[in-house]
Write a protein that binds this ligand. Structure first.
Ligand code: PHE
Length: 353
């Protein structure tokens, strides 16, 4: 065979090899074709062995042609290998894909679940509604108070034994023990009576603080809604009627409530409002400390000493006040055995309301 014959044959072999490489449909197939057209037993390799029998000039020309053909085929094989590998990977990803469009309606709903007001806020709003329907307006007051508003103006002088009724958080402001976190919403009674002349018919919801160890009925941060009525001719019957109207409106007729005598320095006479414990239905349990009753509110007729502190003439005006535990109302209405659930932020609890 001459060098010219060989060059023509190489061109022919290259075309056939290129066609075979392009025709391979998988990386596995390509590897087989590659070894058939470029390997040791390929026609190209055989042609290479023929070179040895040619004279030097012809050998150089044919050798160059062979080398170039092999280089082009190797480049083509590498390109094909890359393209086939990419296609195979894409196909594999497609096979393993999770179809996220096949989500059930309830899964969509739970992914979109909206937040809601905390049970305490819902309860505060419901209580406001009950009292607004009875003709009260809604007012507010500060959570940080001076000793005068929280205690003295409410007829609780310094060192009075009744102060032990309220374990107080003091703030490091001014003279020691003069500024505090209010222990009840009653100081807002004083603010209202200072701000406007009677008649007053107001409820005041808000946060209160006491240094108490949390238990089934108590939290150190809790909520009250204060009520204050100052008008002409207000009697204890008005107070009792208001409490009765409230308990029926909020709890319904089948929850029993009662007023029992109590003591508060700023009301005289004073009473405590209790409801039958809804956890044990009155039989006695841990939540009600085995009494069958849970205290919801303190109340009473405004003490003349309080009117005097704010300059209201107690000959002309009389009034009643109450302080209702908002968290307690929620606890009894929704039968929550342990108050601490309210602040644990467990969504399984919160979602129920
Ligand atoms: N402030 C009292 C308390 O929290 C409750 C109360 C309010 C009592 C108004 C009488 C009148 O203990």
């Amino acid at each position: 065979m001459t060098g010219r014959d060989l060059s023509g044959e190489v061109a022919q072999l290259e075309r056939e090899a290129a066609d075979a490489l392009v025709a391979a449909r998988s990386t596995g197939e390509l590897e087989e074709v590659q070894s058939a057209v470029l390997g040791r037993r390929s026609p190209l390799a055989r042609a290479h062995r023929v070179l040895a029998g040619l004279d030097p000039d012809e050998r150089r020309a044919a050798g160059k042609a062979l080398h170039e053909a092999r280089t082009r085929l190797e480049t083509l094989a590498a390109e094909r290998a890359k393209a086939l590998a990419a296609a195979e990977r894409a196909a594999m990803l497609e096979r393993d894909r999770l179809d996220l469009t096949e989500v059930t309606e309830s899964e969509v709903r739970s992914a979109l679940r909206r937040g809601r007001l905390h049970l305490v806020d819902q309860t505060r709003r419901e209580l406001e509604d009950v009292f607004v329907a009875m003709g009260f307006t809604v007012a507010e007051g500060p959570e940080a108070e001076t000793d005068w508003y929280n205690f003295e103006a409410l007829n609780i002088p310094p060192a009075h034994p009744a102060r032990s009724m309220w374990d107080t958080f003091y703030l490091e402001l001014g003279q020691p023990e003069t500024v505090l976190l209010r222990t009840h919403t009653s100081p807002v009674q004083i603010h209202l009576m200072e701000e406007r002349p009677p008649p007053i018919h107001a409820v005041i919801p808000g946060r209160c603080y006491r240094r108490e160890t949390p238990d089934a009925r108590h939290l150190p941060v809790f909520h009250q809604i204060e009520g204050l009525v100052v008008d002409r001719g207000i009697t204890f019957a008005d107070l009792a009627g208001t409490i009765e109207t409230f308990t029926t409106a909020y709890f319904g007729a089948d929850i029993h409530s009662r007023l029992r005598p109590g003591y508060f320095p700023f009301t005289e006479p004073s009473a405590e409002v209790e409801v039958t414990c809804t956890i044990c239905r009155g039989k006695g349990c841990r939540t009600c400390s085995w009494t069958g009753w849970v205290e919801l509110a303190g109340c009473g007729m405004v003490d003349p000493a309080v009117f005097e502190a704010v300059g209201i003439d107690s000959e002309e005006w009389s009034g009643f006040a109450f302080g209702l535990g908002i968290d307690r109302c929620a606890q009894m209405r929704h039968v929550i055995a342990d108050m601490r659930a309210m602040v644990e932020n467990d969504v399984r609890f919160l979602r129920q309301f």
